[in-house]
Design a protein around this ligand. Structure first.
Ligand SMILES: Cc1cc2nc3c(=O)[nH]c(=O)nc-3n(C[C@H](O)[C@H](O)[C@H](O)COP(=O)(O)OP(=O)(O)OC[C@H]3O[C@@H](n4cnc5c(N)ncnc54)[C@H](O)[C@@H]3O)c2cc1C
Length: 335
């Protein structure tokens, strides 16, 4: 049985792990955080949960559409029928209806990760892989306190590009791909109200403002309506400029903007929280969905390989699993 180690339990790593496990591989997933989902993140605070990272996702590729249909049938996703507004550079709020189907995990974004984690996958959370090494034919993974996990035929690195790069030094081509990828940062702020805010919109994209996106988190399907929570995402330029600012100062600044432009009549919020995503988003694909070094049995996947976003990450992990499986077939069976 092929033994595969996957570093990173975001949607790319889990999509790859799920497809490999379904094909009969023994898959171990290592994740540095306490939970799974990566940037499909739900945080619990002040007695409620909110989506700090990806806000929703779209599905265009037929394979991903089929996957979303399966999640929907299992009750793990629902369509978010929201009509976002646009806030222009002068602060004007304009309706901007579209017919894009938007999907969210239910009751939270992390429901998707739970769907991908089958019983055949061994999950090891709270384990940051600090380095990897390859003996004659097998990979070993090294974590803190001299912990070593070894005996893997194949290694999959499914971390954001800057975190993947140090784990890819064995393959100069894969290492160069990861160091060449550009990822933008993002400050996320949550505004919590104890009483209804009276704000008369549900979501907005903003242009030429410190904030680029805002949404009523408590209005998404499957979320508690109260306490009312709003998630604001700072624009990439603003986030970069204030990357090292204290979280509470960022929360106050972005809330002040929100109160002036969107919520002048709203009561004072009961609480604010801020989270910094150092590697939030990537612009364009650096490779064709995923990359695999067959000689080393080392692969990479993630949104940065596949145009960014949730759909790109899933497609990337799914494609890498197919490449790994194809590489196991005797050469004359591979189309
Ligand atoms: C603020 C924000 C808003 C977004 N909005 C949207 C949106 O509205 N729509 C959309 O489609 N996409 C959105 N995205 C992008 C989307 O979340 C990502 O494209 C997608 O979730 C990336 O998945 P991934 O598996 O490639 O990476 P990740 O989710 O980052 O998963 C990688 C995992 O690897 C782990 N890891 C890293 N290094 C190590 C290590 N050394 N050892 C062990 N584990 C490690 C990390 O902890 C992480 O869990 C947003 C992202 C952010 C941050």
């Amino acid at each position: 049985m092929l033994r595969v180690a996957v570093i990173g339990a975001g949607i790319a790593g889990l999509a790859c792990a799920a497809r490999l496990a379904a094909a009969g591989c023994r898959v171990d997933v290592f994740e540095k955080s306490r939970g799974t989902g990566g940037r499909l993140a739900t945080r619990r605070d002040h007695g409620t949960g909110f989506d700090l990272g990806a806000q929703y996702f779209t599905a265009r590729d037929p394979a991903f559409v089929a996957q979303v249909d399966a999640w929907r049938a299992a009750g793990a996703v629902a369509r978010w029928d929201v009509q976002p507004h646009v806030i222009d550079a002068t602060g004007r709020l304009l309706p901007s209806p579209d017919d894009t189907p938007r999907w969210v995990g239910t009751p939270s974004m992390t429901a998707i990760a739970q769907q991908l984690l089958g019983r055949q996958i061994v999950l090891c959370t709270g384990t940051r892989i600090e380095s990897v090494s390859r003996g004659a034919h097998r990979w070993s993974l090294h974590a803190a306190e001299h912990l070593v996990f070894d005996g893997f035929d194949v290694l999959v690195v499914a971390a954001p590009a800057p975190q993947a790069a140090p784990l890819l030094v064995a393959s100069p081509v894969l290492h160069a791909l990861a160091t060449g990828a550009v990822m933008e940062s993002c400050w996320a702020v949550v505004v919590g109200y104890d009483e209804p805010s009276g704000i008369r919109l549900d979501a907005a994209f903003a242009r030429g403002q410190p904030v680029s996106w805002l949404a009523r988190n408590s209005g998404k399907p499957g979320r508690a309506m109260m306490p009312e929570t709003w998630v604001l995402h700072a624009a990439p330029g603003w986030s970069e400029e204030h990357l090292e600012a204290p979280a509470d100062a960022v929360a106050r600044h972005l809330h002040r903007w929100f109160a002036q432009v969107v919520a002048p009549q709203a009561p004072e919020p009961a609480w604010l929280a801020a989270h910094r995503w150092r590697f939030a988003r990537t612009g364009h694909a650096v490779v064709d969905a995923s990359a695999y070094d067959e000689a080393l049995q080392l692969g990479v996947c993630g949104d940065w390989c596949s145009g960014g976003r949730v759909e790109g990450a899933w497609l990337s992990g799914h494609a890498l699993a197919a490449r790994i499986l194809a590489a196991q077939l005797p050469r004359n069976f591979v189309q």
